[in-house]
Design a protein around this ligand. Sequence first.
Ligand code: ZN
Length: 282
Amino acid sequence: MIRNAGMLTWFFLLVGGCGNGEMSEPESLADLRLYVFDCGMLRLETVEDFSVANDETDVRDLSVPCYVIEHEKGRLLWDGGLPSATADTDGWQGEGMLLRLDRTIADQLADIDLNMSSFDLMAFSHMHFDHVGVANEVRGAKLIIQEAEYDAAFADPVTLPGADPSLYNKLKDAETLFINGDHDVFGDGRVRIISAPGHTPGHQVLFVDLTNTGPIVLSGDLYHFALSRAERRVPSFNVDTDATLASMDRIEAFLVEEGATLWIEHELALFETLNKSPEYYD
Ligand SMILES: [Zn+2]
């Protein structure tokens, strides 16, 4: 068996060596990669709930991304997009705020030979429906979650506004790492969860220290629009305005300190410029 495994490794090294270098080696993980997935779109009637006047911006469509971070020590799903059932109907659907999902993440993962059992870890910026849509579909991954977010999302009744427990109730059965603050996911500082409460009790963002792309921070819902960032606008539905403003200050200082770029997850204008899976950032 050992001999066969060795020969297999040798075979893939050989193929990789004379190929284009892009060929993936089974059972081995990339040093550090970030894959971006289109996990849906939201279309708003009004942006006033975000403390933005409707005549201040023409933006009504929001991207809903999911991300896979591949580190040599494991694979992390960050944010879970819209529920997969959204893809059962073509085009925009719903009333008031419209939703659409053209392709489920499970379908998109197959393009890079992954599936919903391929993750070692999962973490969500927060538990709103458009960030945990596929939470119940993930199999065998350990959940990393702020204790405050968990307590609100699993309270009876749920104390987290905008949460839909039917989308994430199976997380109760997942192996769980409770955190209270920042967390270095793989222990080498390159992938770090940074606490940024206020939008929800345990809202958090993700720092990824990419080699070629440079360090980036995935915003969660710290901001929904570029304007929210420029003008420090706090949505009226955030659970804590003061905590949100403090989180904005802290993350802005962190970005400067790390020389990192912030990707506002819901900013469609940015999302449209990003390379989607199967392409990746490294
Ligand atoms: Zn949210």
